[in-house]
Design a protein around this ligand. Sequence first.
Ligand code: COA
Length: 260
Amino acid sequence: MGWNNILLEKDNGIAILTVNRPDVLNALDADTLLEVGLAMDQLDQDDEVRVVIITGAGNKAFVAGADIAFMQKLKPMESKNFSRLGQKVFSKIENLSKPVIAAVNGFALGGGCEFAMACDIRIASENAKFGQPEVSLGINAGFGATQRLPRLVNPGIAKEMLFTGDYYSAEAAERMGLINHVVPGAELMKYCINMAKRIAARGPIAVQLTKEAINDGLEMDLEKGFLHEANIFGVAFSTEDRDEGFASYLDKRKPEFKGK
Ligand code: COA
């Protein structure tokens, strides 16, 4: 399908989704969110895709937030719907049946920071800037930050970010545990693609089950989480990938996983 606000490329099991509104630093309006949601539905069902990378067009911004000009026109119930749309689309990313890496190549503010938070892994370029500046606009964060941020970093750090609206360097974001790694801008995509390739070479069902175990486990008490892990472990042992993984190890060769 033709996209207006995103780009979607696929190569060797790795899909790259680029938010493509560089004139407004890739700000998110409803149409852009709908396209991201549709792309996630497609990628979820696409057996050829094993890992997804999300980035922003240009070298200045990942996503500089929800589109302020778009939001200015919203009435209260329309803004609630817009918030629900952003939350639902970001939940599709969080629950996608394959790992999602955010390649944060510049500003990740407001909805952009929330977008990155919904991804499984966040890698940032040295020029990236993170923040939740909604309170500067007299509103609160509406695409999940009040819920995801305190689960991701400690609640005090989340509150500092959400109360002050301050911007944080990539280095500070790494220290806070908001992102995994900082890399030079010129190496960002190469770094993310290399990580995606390493993940794509593993057993895809095992990776999918691992994502499910982690996401579900975060909502459970520890003992229920352990039981969930054991049940999933049993499922992994029912796959052809498990047979291939064990056989290739014993044969001293590289496994060829089929995702079956
Ligand atoms: N919504 C709508 N438009 C946005 C936007 C957003 N969130 N972020 C940037 N833009 C637009 C700017 O309005 C500008 O458009 P113009 O060329 O028509 O004036 C264009 O993108 C380029 O941004 P500009 O402000 O000129 O770049 P800058 O380098 O001077 O500043 C930022 C970069 C990110 C600091 C600044 O754009 C900004 O503060 N953006 C809003 C961030 C924000 O509050 N996000 C949370 C929203 S809830």
